[in-house]
Design a protein. Structure first.
Length: 122
């Protein structure tokens, strides 16, 4: 089991915190089995703002994944299909036990010097 840090756009971070986004979609998965994710809120915030436990990891075709998760996707169908365009497989981390930090933290607090394009093991 391990932790990773993900860059997530501010609009989606807010939806995670208000519990309307229960899945974090990814085009690739970490090789190790992820049990928690640290949230880096991307531009313009550019801070680490919280974390969540991973309840499950779902691997399906984009069509099947959308049908399974659309009720709590936190994104539009168009954005979902745009993100997975050209991909035969789609992945989702199911979000559980969200913790919002009272004080936002810098990347260097975690020994990281630049935001990840995909993810960074922590």
């Amino acid at each position: 089991m391990c932790r990773i840090l993900l860059s997530i756009k501010p609009e989606y971070v807010e939806r995670i915190f208000n519990n309307t986004k229960k899945y974090e979609y990814r085009r690739i998965l970490a090789k190790n089995n992820v049990d928690s994710i640290i949230i880096y809120c991307s531009y313009p915030v550019k801070k680490i703002v919280g974390e969540f436990k991973v309840k499950s990891i779902i691997m399906r075709t984009p069509n099947t994944l959308w049908k399974m998760t659309q009720h709590s996707a936190g994104i539009s169908k168009d954005k979902f299909y745009e993100y997975f365009s050209g991909k035969s497989m789609a992945y989702a981390y199911e979000i559980d036990s969200v913790r919002k930090y009272r004080t936002h933290r810098d990347l260097n607090d975690f020994g990281i010097s630049f935001p990840p394009r995909s993810f960074i093991y922590v």
